[in-house]
Design a protein around this ligand. Structure first.
Ligand SMILES: [Zn+2]
Length: 349
């Protein structure tokens, strides 16, 4: 079979090549790939900045935003041939740490977890892949190709759970949320905010292209320009840019007692406009909580599937702005100005 593989930490080594059939060690369920979403992490791995091959191997099969169709459900499973499924990305560390021991591998504290397509386990960008039944999530069949949005939805499902969990330290019934960044994560965070009945505001740089209309189609308000000029005082901010200036300006807008959740991963940029002491004073005097959120456990995968199944199919469909064939994976990784989610399509749904 063919797969998109890369030698991690070596730029220019990614290729669409023949490899052996999926390793039964990866699970008893055999799946035919339908599509795999691409994101910044895939681009970083291909650029040689990130990623680890499986032990004893030099190359890693790329891809963690999966969608596939069961070919063989294996001996013990509630799955049937033809079911649309996605694969959970992270596996608990082998020690395991206390969080991994209770199934909260997204909160692993020794860093020895593994991840499909990223860290020491082959990913989902192969014509066929295997998976353990307990890490397989069945997708609502009416979602079809939109099931490929499940992995990014898990990220924001966990972020919302974090926001509500830390919010409960005091009376907390938020009515408004600001989402910074209208990429796939920001738009899905906004979708979940609307599903919670909140007044949702989304801030992004662009003034044209599909993003403003997608935000308005949700029933949310689109803003461009600086967060400092926003005429709102949200109780929740979900940060999806990782950009220092956006973080600093939007934080000033958070209502006292609010929750600021970081999901974006950035680097560099301005050091700070505020001293650390000024920053801590703001947090103290406004009773603010800053919480970071990454990855997802099985509960988030389940809840994300439910959220997608409730969402408008036409709206979700507009998040997928480009589909590429696996042999053209390099084009998929090359970001275009109006891209939201780009997918690599392996077969028809
Ligand atoms: Zn762990």
């Amino acid at each position: 079979m063919k797969a998109i593989t890369v030698e991690p930490k070596k730029p220019g080594t990614a290729r669409w090549e023949d490899i052996s059939e999926p390793d039964p060690m990866n699970g008893s369920v055999l799946v035919e790939a339908v599509a795999v979403g691409v994101c910044g992490t895939d681009a970083e791995i291909v650029e040689g900045k990130y990623g680890w091959a499986p032990p004893g191997k030099r190359r890693l099969v790329l891809g963690h935003e999966s969608l596939g169709r069961v070919i063989d459900p294996g001996p013990v499973t509630g799955l049937k041939k033809g079911n649309l499924v996605v694969g959970i990305v992270r596996r608990p560390d082998p020690v395991p740490c206390s969080n991994c021991a209770v199934g909260e591998w997204d909160m692993c504290h020794n860093g020895q977890y593994t991840e499909r397509g990223i860290k020491q386990i082959d990913g989902y960008m192969s014509e066929r892949w295997r998976i353990e039944p307990e890490y397989t999530i069945k997708v609502d069949p009416t979602l079809g190709i939109l099931g490929v949005l499940l992995e990014p939805t898990t990220v924001v499902t966990k972020a919302w759970e974090m926001v509500m969990a830390v919010g409960q330290r005091s009376f907390f019934e938020p009515r408004s949320v600001l989402v910074t960044g209208a990429g796939p994560i920001g738009l899905l965070a906004a979708l979940l905010g609307i599903q919670r009945g909140l007044d949702v505001h989304v801030l992004d740089r662009v003034t044209s292209g599909p993003k403003p209309d997608l935000v308005r189609a949700l029933g949310a308000t689109y803003h461009s320009g600086s967060a400092a000029d926003l005429p709102i005082e949200p109780e929740v901010i979900i940060e999806c840019t990782g950009v220092g200036a956006v973080i600093g300006d939007s934080m000033q807008k958070l209502r006292a007692g609010g929750v600021f959740c970081f999901t974006g991963v950035g680097s560099g940029g301005i050091t700070s406009r505020m001293s650390v002491a000024d920053f801590s004073s703001t947090i103290v005097l406004k009773n603010m909580v800053l919480v970071g959120s990454v990855n997802a456990n099985k509960r988030h995968w389940f809840k994300a599937g439910e959220a997608l199944a409730r969402a408008d199919r036409a709206w979700l469909g507009q998040l997928i702005t480009r589909r590429e064939k696996p042999e053209n994976f390099q084009q998929a990784l090359n970001r275009q100005p109006d891209d939201i989610k780009v997918i690599i399509q392996f077969s028809e749904v």
